[in-house]
Design a protein around this ligand. Structure first.
Ligand code: ATP
Length: 662
């Protein structure tokens, strides 16, 4: 090979560090290099000095003697230069085979045997330069190919596990590992893109290890595992070889357990922070103690931008999918709502009791506090819940209503929290639950006092952690939901009776709003009656203008156990039957003094006359309650005596206005 002039000029701009402890040889080299136009950045007699000079100014190439002053040899220095990707050429008289074997492991760019001629040095330098430039080009091309392959693997359509396995396989030739953890940690989408591990069994054979498999292998309980996870120190990119690895294992018991289970001795960690505040981890482990080098880390650093971008894109797609799913469900829900619910545009009433309720609404609505609405049946609890939602910043999002009393017992959990496909017989499709549907908005848990005891801890968890877990799901999902609950039950009595958890009550009872019964705000009676009359006239297309005096009088004397709903239904019936603009009640209302019930009835569309068969049923129930000492459930309870389900009995009691405890 000849040295042409153009190359000579290019080479001459290069800086060379000479590491040689014989002054005469070092000086010779300097003269040869400077004559050829190279710049000599320094001469070092020891490895320590060489490192110092290299750190001050990174040379383009190093000429390196093997045996140097001090304990470290040129071979030790060569390893450091290799990690920094600085090419080097040995200059030595030492050619015995054991040294040459060691020299080869450092992958030098040449070897000049002493004594040398000027030409030997210059040719060796030019070849070294050519090889290094070429290897950089090859490396860049390989890395670009790797980057594209990794992006393709992660964003493909295959199941998540297969995508991760593909990534693991792509990494193996570049960063060798025996155990590899990859995936998302601490992210709200953790369920979809959660991390898993691959344990290398053979050349291209891997065993997938999900958390549940790891727990099985190690005999760890989920609680213990969570406790260990909490002890994981925040990690940045790091190489942990040999002793350093052992030392970190003392501080990180989970890493220690992984190391012991799979006999691992070194580790390379590279976390990527995602745009959704999660961390996408690449964590390589090897059974060899000193395998990870700076160049591995540098490769990961170079790949980091494209990997982070790919993961962020995945998250964004996922989020879009979740939102469109939520929108879809929300639409279905709202369509259903429009069909089934009344028009809630106005709250009528001027009584001081109701004005206090209005005050409470305006105080609490703008906050995110949980609201507990208390009041008899038909007092307008749902109306108030909607008012709180509509006056909050969440009004643009959905208010999802859940009637806890009407949920089918076997499906209640799935209704509230959703389920994954195949999580139980009949779960043919993935379904998002009411809580997820309410994400960003409000959930209204009506009849909260009826929520089965076994489900109460799950609701408590949502209130505490603001996260849910789908039935059959693999991890928690964080939610932003405002909670409004309502009940017509006396929750203190429910707690005493062991039917309601006190911790759940305290979580719900953050801001209670008590809605007074209609009989406690008689000022509101006539305005409400006129309001409903107008509404029903419009609906029926009749010209109805007023209520007869005798009917008004009866209404004022009545105690309204079914409250406003009862009033509404009463006026509806009267309006349907009306033959003149002034309506009269169809049936007489029994005034307070002669009422048979001492307690307001629930759902009571026609409480005016207690018909004989209803009376008989009521007497029967009261009799059974007396015998069972007012116990509804369990052996010898009233439900068993009457041969009905306890929930049916409770519904009947509410309908007939039978008080539960005496
Ligand atoms: N102040 C009010 N102004 C106008 N309409 C009202 C008012 N309060 C209640 N209503 C109407 O009365 C009916 C019953 O109200 P709502 O369903 O909100 O009661 P509730 O307390 O939630 O009943 P339940 O305990 O049975 O679920 C609804 O049609 C509602 O629109």
């Amino acid at each position: 090979m000849s040295i042409n002039t153009t190359n000579q000029i290019q080479l001459s701009q290069q800086t060379i560090l000479i590491v040689e402890d014989e002054f005469a040889v070092a000086n010779d080299l300097r003269q040869i290099l400077e004559k050829a136009g190279y710049r000599v950045s320094g001469i070092a007699f020891t490895v320590a000095k060489a490192i110092e000079l290299k750190n001050q100014q990174k040379p383009d190439l190093v000429l390196l003697d093997i045996l140097l002053k001090g304990e470290q040899t040129g071979i030790d220095l060569a390893k450091i230069l290799g990690e920094d990707n600085i090419p080097f050429v040995y200059v030595s008289a030492n050619t015995n085979s054991s040294i040459l074997e060691e020299v080869k492991t450092t992958q030098p760019y040449g070897f000049i045997i002493k004594p040398f001629r000027e030409k030997d040095v210059l040719v060796a330098l030019e070849i070294a330069h050519y090889r290094h430039a070429h290897s950089i080009e090859v490396r860049i091309r390989q890395e670009q190919a790797l980057q594209i392959a990794l992006t393709d693997a992660l964003s493909g359509n295959a199941p998540w596990e297969q995508r991760l396995l593909k990534v693991a396989r792509l990494f193996q030739p570049y960063i060798p590992f025996d155990y590899f953890i990859i995936g998302l940690e601490k992210d709200q989408f953790v369920d979809a893109y959660r991390s898993c591990s691959f344990f290398r069994l053979g050349k291209d054979e891997y065993q997938t290890i999900w958390t549940e498999n790891f727990l099985q292998m190690t005999g760890l309980t989920t609680e213990k595992y969570q406790a260990l996870r909490e002890k994981i120190p925040d990690s940045t990119e790091v190489i942990l070889n040999g002793d350093e690895f052992e030392e970190v294992c003392h501080r990180d018991p989970l890493k220690k357990l992984i190391a012991e289970t799979f006999s691992l001795q070194s580790n390379l960690v590279m976390p990527h922070n995602t745009a959704t505040n999660g961390t996408f981890f690449l964590c390589f482990f090897s059974r060899q103690p000193n395998i990870y080098l700076k160049e591995h880390l540098h490769l990961l650093e170079r790949l980091r931008p494209s990997l982070t971008l790919t993961v962020d894109r995945l998250m964004a797609f996922d989020q879009i999918q979740r939102l469109s799913e939520q929108l879809d469900q929300e639409n279905k829900y709202l369509l259903e709502e429009v069909k089934t619910s009344a028009n809630f545009e106005e709250i009528i009433g001027e009584s001081s009791a109701l004005v206090n309720v209005f005050k409470s609404i305006s105080q609490v609505a703008p906050t995110d506090y949980t609201v507990l609405i208390l009041g008899e049946t038909g007092t307008g609890k749902e109306l108030i819940a909607r008012a709180v939602h509509n006056r909050s910043s969440r009004k643009g999002k959905a208010l999802i209503k859940v009637n806890c009393a009407a949920l089918p017992p076997q499906l209640i959990e799935s209704e509230l929290f959703g389920h994954e496909k195949g999580s139980f017989t009949g779960a043919t499709e993935k379904r998002i639950g009411k809580f997820e549907l309410a994400h960003g908005g409000t959930i209204f848990l009506d009849e909260i006092g009826e929520l089965p005891l076994e489900l109460q801890p799950k609701l408590l968890r949502v209130l505490q952690e603001r996260e849910i877990e789908r039935v059959g799901g693999k991890g928690p999902i964080s939610l932003d939901v405002r909670i409004i609950a309502a009940t017509n039950r006396n929750l203190h009595a429910e707690i005493s009776a062991g039917r309601f958890r006190s911790d759940l009550f305290y979580r719900l009872n953050v801001f209670p709003i008590k809605i007074p019964a209609l009989r406690e705000r008689s000022e509101d009676l006539m305005p409400l009656a006129i309001h409903f009359l107008k509404k029903v006239s419009k609906k029926l297309g009749k010209n109805l203008t007023g209520i007869s005096d005798s009917s008004k009088q009866q209404m004022l004397n009545y105690h309204w156990p079914g409250n406003i709903r009862e009033l509404e239904h009463l006026l509806e019936r009267a309006a349907i039957m009306a033959t003149s603009p002034e309506i009269s009640l169809v049936e007489p209302l029994i005034p307070v003094s002669s009422s048979t019930s001492d307690q307001p009835a629930s759902e009571s569309p026609s409480p005016q006359i207690v018909k004989p068969h209803i009376k008989a049923e009521k007497d029967n129930i009261i009799q059974a309650l007396k015998i069972s000492n007012f116990r509804i459930r369990g052996k010898g309870g009233a439900a068993e005596l009457l041969d009905v389900k306890p929930t049916t009995l409770e519904a009947k009691m509410a309908r007939l206005g039978i008080q539960r405890e005496r």
